[in-house]
Design a protein around this ligand. Structure first.
Ligand SMILES: C[S@@+](CC[C@H](N)C(=O)[O-])C[C@H]1O[C@@H](n2cnc3c(N)ncnc32)[C@H](O)[C@@H]1O
Length: 491
């Protein structure tokens, strides 16, 4: 003990081996000590690190249980580092894991789910046998079907920065800054090319971009949505039409018709563009959809997933990686014990994009009831139900916990429960009521292993459901996001 080195803020710790990445909202790694004299076991780093690299770190915070540090020097690169990638990719935060080889990304994700479930009281070695191998994404780049860029002015006298025309994503952890780049690896070539054309054209108009200090702007956002299987593109430009008030030297109509002409011409170069909207945005909130005007062709673009068609509007919610949504939903279908059931009712809790709901309704459920609290996500469901000739569906626009309280008696005989809650949690009132249903199977789809583990703990403790199988699916390569599907069946 006496030989231990007492560490303080500002100290540099040398030759530390990065042991693993820890699933968390912030970019943390646990670093292994190569020097046993350090009196701290757990060291996190708040910035980029790759497992098995050897680094020097600087202590930036000292807490009771751990140190927070930042890398100051990379001594030895990790064998898992993907070479020849420029650092810009993770500056804006979208593809933080781009520098890790994809196989290793999958390995890390699988381990994170296993470790989260390790916390279960009823964890035993048999559970590990129920883990199926993580499902890799068929495409690891260019998979995002929706992207939103912000126009932003950034002036900092302190740092001597004057950026009058930026457009891209907000820098991670520094929302007021925009990384101004021309090319993103997570969207496809077509989206990148269209984005660049719009950006270059916008610059030529000499109209101001959003200024957070003066709260004045003309240009605000560019939204590009693309369907994967049908290759249709929707564009949206958000701007402030009131900018021209009191600007006697500027002709509003002339500028707007110039913009319109540009967009119409763009459809000649890119015939995939099927829909263009203007969003008249006079609001300070950083949201791109306000007063919409359709200026070109289709109100909605059409995607096809499994045996269903989906009409997608600017406001629609839709899985971001369409190429892989198919797999996720097929797995949910495969996990369902459909052979044991006939004419059965599915309860789909937390609905969002109506996809799971429609897939079950179209395949073999007699009836599917879905519950979702956000009204905007439910906007297109009726037209989509019609498009797919579905009549065996019911939608409840309310909170799951309230729905369960009201309907527990009425729907006690629901035959299959599908739960797909948001990252944060399931309301504590919801779980006990879920267990009151007499269903033989619950399929839990989770985007957060930590809350999955907490909810499973409750279910396993308070019912005779047992975990039948578990599979992680990588929907979002180069990010820390993991989807996990768990099948629980009654013994
Ligand atoms: C992970 S998403 C569901 C994804 C969907 N099943 C799919 O396949 O696309 C979670 C959804 O739960 C909704 N939600 C969150 N808390 C809720 C609550 N208390 N009651 C109802 N819906 C809720 C969110 O609005 C979000 O749409």
């Amino acid at each position: 003990m006496n030989n231990q080195i007492w560490i303080k803020k500002g100290d540099i710790l040398k030759n530390i081996e990065v042991e693993k990445l820890v699933f968390w909202w912030k970019w943390f790694s646990i670093l292994k000590h190569s020097n046993p004299a350090y009196n701290w076991r757990i060291i996190f780093i708040t910035w980029w690190a790759i497992p098995w690299s050897i680094v020097d770190v600087k202590v930036i915070k000292k807490k009771n249980a751990f140190l927070e540090t930042q890398i100051v020097n990379i001594i030895k690169k990790s064998p898992f580092e993907e070479q020849n990638k420029e650092n810009i990719y993770w500056e804006c935060g979208w593809c933080k894991w781009i520098n890790i080889k994809y196989d290793k990304q999958l390995d890390i994700k699988q381990q994170q789910v296993i470790e989260a479930l390790h916390n279960l009281e009823k964890y035993d070695e048999n559970l590990i046998k129920k883990f199926q191998e993580i499902q890799a994404s068929p495409i690891i780049n260019w998979y995002r079907n929706k992207v939103e860029f912000s126009f932003w002015k950034y002036i900092s006298k302190k740092d001597n920065i004057e950026q009058h025309f930026n457009v891209w994503f907000h820098k991670q952890w520094e929302f007021s800054k925009i990384q101004d780049f021309d090319w993103c690896i997570l969207i496809d070539e077509l989206q990148n090319k269209i984005y660049k054309k719009i950006k270059d054209f916008s610059k030529t108009l000499w109209l101001p971009v959003y200024d957070q200090f003066t709260q004045k702007w003309f240009f605000r956002h560019i939204l590009i949505r693309r369907t994967y299987y049908t290759n249709e593109i929707m564009l949206l430009l958000s701007f402030n039409p009131d900018y021209f008030i009191d600007k006697t030297n500027l002709d509003k109509n002339e500028k707007l018709s110039k913009i319109k002409d540009f967009f119409i011409k763009l459809t000649k170069d890119f015939p995939e563009i099927k829909s263009i909207y203007f969003s008249y945005n006079v609001n300070k909130a950083d949201t791109c959809i306000w007063d919409l005007e359709l200026i070109y062709w289709k109100k909605q673009i059409k995607e096809e997933l499994m045996w269903l068609s989906f009409n997608i509007s600017p406001t629609s919610f839709f899985q971001t990686n369409s190429s892989w949504a198919n797999k996720l939903y097929s797995l949910v279908l495969d996990f369902a014990k459909k052979d044991k059931l006939k004419d059965f009712t599915v309860l789909d809790l937390y609905w969002w994009t109506w996809t799971i709901w429609m897939i079950f309704a179209k395949s073999w459920a007699k009836k599917v009831i879905s519950v979702e609290m956000v009204t905007s996500s439910s906007k297109d469901w009726e037209s989509n139900a019609k498009l797919n000739k579905l009549t065996n569906i019911e939608f409840k626009n309310q909170k799951v916990e309230d729905f369960l309280k009201e309907y527990i008696n009425k729907w006690e005989k629901a035959d299959l429960l599908i739960i797909d809650p948001a990252r944060a949690w399931m309301h504590p009132d919801a779980l006990p009521n879920i267990l009151k249903f007499k269903t033989n199977q619950i399929i839990y789809v989770s985007c957060n292993p930590a809350t999955l583990s907490r909810d499973l703990e409750y279910i396993l403790k308070n019912s005779n459901y047992k975990i039948e199988k578990i599979k992680a699916v990588d929907m979002f390569p180069h990010t820390h996001h993991i989807e996990t599907i768990v099948s629980l069946i009654k013994e």
